[in-house]
Design a protein. Structure first.
Length: 99
C-alpha cells in the first residue's frame, strides 16, 4: 500500500523523492536547527524523565509505521540517528542512506 506523502499526518515527513518509475529514492523532512542526537541527549542529561522517554518512543514508533506504510525502511535505526529538537523536544529520524 503506497500513500501520497502529503497525506501522511506528521510534521516530520514533508515529501518523497521518486524516480520516473515511482520508486521512492529519498525523503524530505523538516530541518532541525537546534537539537542533538538522542544518544547524546540521554548521555548528557542527568536522568531523562519517563514522560520524555515515552513521548520520544511514541514519535519514533509513529514515524517508522508511517514510513512502512509507504514501503520505506529505516535501515539504520539507532539513537545516533534520531535528532531531538531543543525547542519542541520532538524526535526526528535521520540517516536513510542505507534504507
Amino acid at each position: 500500500m503506497s500513500k501520497n506523502a502529503a497525506s501522511i499526518p506528521t510534521p516530520k515527513l514533508r515529501g518523497l523523492v521518486v524516480d520516473d518509475d515511482g520508486l521512492v529514492i529519498g525523503i524530505l523532512e523538516d530541518f532541525v536547527v537546534n537539537g542533538g542526537r538522542l544518544s547524546d541527549v540521554v548521555k548528557n542529561e542527568a536522568g531523562v524523565c519517563e514522560e520524555r522517554r515515552e513521548k520520544w518512543a511514541k514519535q519514533i514508533r509513529e514515524a517508522v509505521a508511517l514510513l512502512h506504510e509507504i514501503d520505506v525502511v529505516w535501515g539504520d535505526g539507532k539513537p545516533e540517528n534520531v535528532l531531538v529538537e531543543s525547542g519542541s523536544d520532538n524526535c526526528y529520524l535521520v540517516d536513510f542512506g542505507g534504507s
